[in-house]
Design a protein around this ligand. Sequence first.
Ligand code: PGA
Ligand code: ZN
Length: 396
Amino acid sequence: RITDIELRRVLDSRGNTTVEADVATTSGGFGRAAAPSGASTGEHEAIELDAADAIERAEEAALPLLESEVDAEDQRAVDAALHEADGTENFSEIGANAAVAISMAAAKAGADSNGVPLYRHLGGTFRGQDMPTPLGNVIGGGEHAAEATNIQEFLSAPVGAPSVEDAVLANAAVHDRIKELLQAEGVPTNKGDEGAWAPPIGDAKAFDIVDEATTAVSEELGFEIGFGLDMAAAELYEDGDYVYDDGVKSTAEQIEYVAEMVREYNLVYVEDPLDENAFEAWADLTDEVGSETMICGDDLYVTNVSRLQEGIDLGSSNSILIKPNQIGTLTDAVDAIELGAEHGIESVVSHRSGETEDTTIAHVAVGAAAPFIKTGTVGGERTAKLNELLRIEGQA
Ligand code: PGA
Ligand code: ZN
């Protein structure tokens, strides 16, 4: 049973305040977790409030329904109490940042009460040994860096790596190789919010550099390293067109452009290639390239099962991005992973551009048997998750 919940403000990687929760149980269990925060947030995401307001409101409305009332081991009961305390569809009363911090901290306290690692607590005995492949952001721009690429993220995808350890090292090696390539051309090596290089170059140049780096590291390490994109296209979308520095594309031209890049660079993964409300245009693109490439919905689905169901019905994508803070609880996030899995939709559990040292998503990815995780390549708040995956792999 949950005895006590403490909420506090802590800093995230951008220096903004976020909500951290401590949860304690009668059996001496303890869990601590902090909410991340997006910059290129989807318009249908659950609502993040100012951290101080979220704490005040959650203390007033949610803590009385949880303290001495609910078992930390019963995640569905914890998350149902959070929904009941909030009373809205999108956590606009207590804040998705307060909700997700409490939800994740309760899961950790439940795991601790049982003396098992969090991934085992979430996944049970029959799951929790399948390790996700990390996709590593190596060049980026968009909302994550000024004066850099229009495409938000170029992602190293070590799909042939025999282990998580090999994959993590491969992504770091690609990141490092890209620095050398940029320096060799005299391009400044700034970094964006997620630790990816944010050079002042155009998208076309970035494609070539990432292609060269992944090919070289792949040859060196002896397994396949492809690459992919998070286009975060909702951020490019204005009045029916996709607006780039070098011109404007209609929806049909955007689909053709993405399909062309998929073919030219053998892209293994494309996230948010189209606007966050364009379910039908997504289906057209998925029809065209979806058998060779993961087409992944982030802002399209916002980890929401109703929106995912719409995408399943229309054939909008073959993959979904899972961000617990987009929907506010672990239960909702795991439900989205499971609905996807029932329909052959692959899950990619993801960090946000604003992060803390919290490692919960590493356990969620393993516990829910998600095939991929997106959590950056370098930088302490990114390596916290990668290093946790290495520890989990060592335990298995
Ligand atoms: P965000 O970006 O955390 O700023 O929303 C990450 C993403 O779009 O995947
Ligand atoms: Zn995204």
